[in-house]
Design a protein around this ligand. Sequence first.
Ligand SMILES: NC(=O)c1ccc[n+]([C@@H]2O[C@H](COP(=O)([O-])OP(=O)(O)OC[C@H]3O[C@@H](n4cnc5c(N)ncnc54)[C@H](O)[C@@H]3O)[C@@H](O)[C@H]2O)c1
Ligand SMILES: O=C(O)C[C@H](O)C(=O)O
Length: 363
Amino acid sequence: MEQQQQQGATAARRMATLASHLRPHPASHPQMEDASLLTGSNCRAKGAAPGFKVAILGAAGGIGQPLALLMKMNPLVSVLHLYDVVNTPGVTADISHMNTGAVVRGFLGQPQLENALTGMDLVIIPAGVPRKPGMARDDLFNINAGIVRTLCEGIAKCCPNAIVNVISNPVNSTVPIAAEVFKKAGTYDPKRLLGVTTLDVVRANTFVGEVIGLDPREVNVPVVGGHAGITILPLLSQVNPSCSFTSEEIKYLTSRIQNGGTEVVEAKAGAGSATLSMAYAAAKFADACLRGLRGDAGIVECSFVASQVTELPFFASKVRLGRSGIEEILPLGPLNEFERAGLEKAKKELAESIQKGVSFINK
Ligand SMILES: NC(=O)c1ccc[n+]([C@@H]2O[C@H](COP(=O)([O-])OP(=O)(O)OC[C@H]3O[C@@H](n4cnc5c(N)ncnc54)[C@H](O)[C@@H]3O)[C@@H](O)[C@H]2O)c1
Ligand SMILES: O=C(O)C[C@H](O)C(=O)O
């Protein structure tokens, strides 16, 4: 009797799956946004393992696509929403065939933004234009500021408690923009808004590993300040494992880390900026946020966040992640003279970039 009931339930589920794939669909693709497949934040999606719900905004882009692939591979993710203004049907179909746990759904264009965001635990934003040779990140402000504002208005409305990871440049301004949007909406929680600076740490670990002859996975370099040129401040005096550098090495490493983005922009010669290493870095950071949400202890990453570590309202430094997002902002630790001088220069530029973002929303 019990066995017959089980067989009946299995057959019904298989029929429903088949029907959902055969049903004519407005977006002409079975994996695209469909109200019948959307679940509340407490429900488990059809066929999904327990886990977190993650949205990527700008998912069809150079970063978005490999990031979608990496998040589909993350066992902590049960539902993955891919939103963009172009090409999400193809990216969604492609990624959804991976036999990993997360259920993937695509959302195309502004009318589908709210469905993309509803019920999300983590929203990652790589939407926006990238640099071309000769440009500074700040040259992207005019286009990307408006994109980030619109997306954050959607977050405030549809998933105000989500952790938000901002990748879109200029990060030193887009994070303050996001904060101002959330303040206006009455949903701002500084513990849940994080600018992604992980690529600076990833690069620093790689370049320092090369110089000292260590596997980069065994190296940890804190990189503080912000995410543009001289605001990127690697603390080479605090490298773990502890090591010393000549002054030539310090100059070389600092400059290479600060200009890592430009190195890629120039090598790509007009075809964009870092996408693959960035997707790796973003996936690493998102995984840390999810492990924090799960309640894992001792998760520490550098990130550009609302901060009292300096007199500036935002600053990148080590933060401890937990169930509520940022649980602690760690102090900078002792800086040497070279780093103190770098910090003063960084703060001047950072203050202007932060103010530019704040004024954009409050003009
Ligand atoms: N934080 C970092 O360390 C870091 C590193 C690399 C790149 N970036 C930045 O990330 C951004 C994206 O870079 P990319 O190489 O992926 O660019 P890309 O042009 O390849 O992709 C951007 C995607 O955003 C989409 N998009 C544009 N407007 C949108 C909107 N309103 N809503 C949703 N999606 C929208 C585009 O359609 C495109 O698919 C750039 O601003 C770049 O400077 C940041
Ligand atoms: O350099 C860029 O424009 C992209 C990104 O900020 C990077 O550091 O690679």
